[in-house]
Design a protein around this ligand. Sequence first.
Ligand code: PLP
Length: 355
Amino acid sequence: AGILNFCANNYLGLSSHPEVIRAAVEALEKFGAGLSSVRFICGTQSIHKDLEEKIARFHQREDAILYASCFDANAGIFEALLTPEDAVLSDELNHASIIDGIRLCKANKYRYKHMDMQDLEAKLQDAQKHRLRLVATDGAFSMDGDIAPLREICQLAQKYDALVFIDECHATGFLGPNGRGTDELLGVMDKVTIINSTLGKALGGAAGGYTTGPKPLIDLLRQRSRPYLFSNSLPPAVVGCASKALDLLMESNAIAQSMAAKTQRFRSKMTAAGFTISGKDHPICPVMLGDARLAAVMAEDMLNRGIYVIGFSYPVVPKGKARIRVQISAVHSDEDIDRCVEAFTEVGRKHGALP
Ligand code: PLP
């Protein structure tokens, strides 16, 4: 009783929003538990088409295609799009699903140092010999809460005639003035060609993923993308949740703003207490501790004080960079944030992380 969850990707608190829940129940009642089919046989209902149209409108793109997860969207895109004559240039800290997706394709692979634009430029120069170049990056990186330098990436992409792909799982719904994501935050919505994102985090938290971008690309994915072609259609209740979540976000950005204010409160109070918080302005707030055991015992002691957080250590993060990753949500009240900071301060002092 009374335990506060500070480790979910439920950034906007929409997984428990009454309208989101009602939309899921209505879709379940109207369309049934599931379609028992992949999309191209009998797995497409009006709600799937509507959601794809809504996603494209939300991101101001031409079209969108749904997947069972963003892991699937990342698994399906590179192989469908790139040939052995092409090249893909990937940030070394990209999410595992991007790495796996790239593994599946036959393009020439370049890995550039994390957010290092000099290294990306050198790799782009080297990749000029290939037919097509695709730069792939997380928009926001989930371990450090840092944001890809998309302006610089897009400038380099323009200079070296490359396309830009971003994974927006930790940005969709809340980054940027209208919550459109990292491309909106950094003013490059017209320069990023392809966006993959999830419905399983800020957009209701149920499940599902998608690609949005130019119509010919989405048409190609419908013909060739294996996780789309050979995996079951998203269940109606899940579609209902995501669709309502997008409606709410397109009506107002008040929820995203409230989450941003709470993030600010947490980051500034924790910094004042003496902790080092990685990243900047993102609701992923990694409390950097260094030592793996310290992160584990502190997380355990936080739970004893009613705060649910998780310690991350090697191999999930580099050796010596253990941390407790705190995630702020719009459903946290100011008092919840303060309770979390107080618990961290007590536990930090007890275990020697603070003087
Ligand atoms: N990409 C990133 C950056 C993620 O953090 C995740 C989930 O952890 C995924 C992709 C996979 O998303 P999904 O849970 O929809 O498969």
